[in-house]
Ligand binder design. Sequence first.
Ligand code: AMP
Ligand code: MG
Length: 595
Amino acid sequence: MKVYGVTGWKNAGKTGLMERLVAEITARGFSVSTVKHAHHTTDVDQPGTDSFRHRQAGAGEVLLASPHRWALMAELRDAPEPPLEALLARLSPADLVLVEGYKSAPHPKIEAHRAETGKPLLSAENNSVRAIASDAPVESPLPRFDLDDTGAIADFILADLRLVVADAPGAEPEDLTPPRLRDDCFAMPQGVAWVPVDEALSRLRSVLRPVTGTESCATHAARGRVLAETAVARRSNPPRPNSAVDGYGFAHERTGEGVQRLPLVAGRAAAGQPFEGAVPAGRAVRILTGAILPEGVDTVVLEEDCAVNATHVAFDGPVKPRANTRKAGEDVTEGSPALPAGHRLRAPDLALLSALGLGEVMVQRKLRVGVLSTGDEIVPSPAEPALPHQIWDANRPMLLSLAEGWDHAPVDLGHVRDDQALIAARLDAAAKDCDVILTSGGASAGDEDHVSALLRARGTLSSWRIALKPGRPLALAMWNGTPVFGLPGNPVAALVCALIFARPAMSLLAGAGWTEAQGFTVPAAFSKRKKPGRREFLRARLDAEGRAEVFASEGSGRISGLSWATGLVELPDEAVEIAPGNPVRFLPYEGFGLR
Ligand code: AMP
Ligand code: MG
């Protein structure tokens, strides 16, 4: 059944909103049921009534019926209160169940808010809130409705639950490939405010495209570069048939079973020193590894299998035809594709390209990745003194080094205070020089979150509330045509968001295609119970038995855990209960290209 909640502090207008929504949505032809979570002081049954007496006497369930309604009461006595799902299971089918209360259950919710309560928004800490219904403007990246605009709130809920088809203004036609990223490329379809990791990744993947131009690069200097076109073999490898060993070469057709004694011709064939002339059938020639097979030679015996004197070579037959030789082009033939466009070159690829005669290759220009730190508390360098209320910038060196390790061109944009004019000026300059900008800090929706406020003011912010721990909203925006990833300030969350989102996205922008982190399944060395509704990444490393142990604290301020770890354990979106020995997915840092 489709479930939607109304949550909020006391006196925020929850019940009024519930009442109006039930009326509005049933009037639109949907069947609606409700669940209300009440205080322990609330009771439907009153002392003195017959049903009360049944209950008192020990009945498990009491069903009270009249011509107007019936109610089923179950007596919990000392049993724990059942979770919402168990209660929902008892309801008859309906199009929609609206739930008042149960603020920590994972179902999506509207937060009712009244300014006069003076309370902060629950949604700042609660991932399951999708929108706010308030009587005054609020500071939040979520969609906001007027508390009394019941029609718009009902539209939003029905679209979010896909009970009606919502417009998707951010969706692009799939067959259209504009040359530049669109200003609204990060827009999320209306009504989706809380995004599972996989959905966020597939949206990024579908809106981004390579943004770098191409240039030519000498093969010897091309490690880490991305091929802009297919590398085609200029010549076959090997170019001519040659010997795979040091030994003696001859024509196979003149050999047979038993001991073979062949007279030797004068001279020899060596790599780089081809034998001049032909070897007559029935005779043998001294030949070394890599030497072109002389005319008349198609088979070689290993020198260790031969007896030789000044004039003859002897070995045991039979010998396989073409033994110990390599055919021309057996590795790669001239004109054939050797490496595809989009391939990021590694050391072995430089060997291949060189072997095929390619001294230069067309590659993508390196993606220029600007890295900017924000925050009044940040001191740009540990070489400078920091007062007790200040902290040294940990994110910038980390993100610059990640960019470099991923073979992009890192651009240090320094640090700016939490001042929108300064941040804007720095972004203006950076957008001219960089292909993508990573900022850290100030990316959520609080008073001091100046990056997201600025990006919102310029009208291009799309704040993705990703169901991810550790991580806060990922602020995505276009700034003068340059994509900006607003990463969380917290170094643990900044690293996880960089590895999970920025890495594959930047790989795509750089022309190297989307990348998946490589991981494998190992037994857990820990216990953990996880609620459904978001993906979690734990700092982890493998112990001596190859089991994943996790860092003692999940506190996202614990930077030391990032260094303690050698990778991350990925826990799925669903609820899991992990006991030692259970399989978990371990993603080594190396699988993220982190070095
Ligand atoms: P913010 O996202 O700005 O709310 O920051 C979240 C937390 O991360 C705060 O404790 C910040 O002090 C901290 N933080 C922000 N930027 C950095 C940085 N560059 N290096 C280390 N910590 C940071
Ligand atoms: Mg801050």
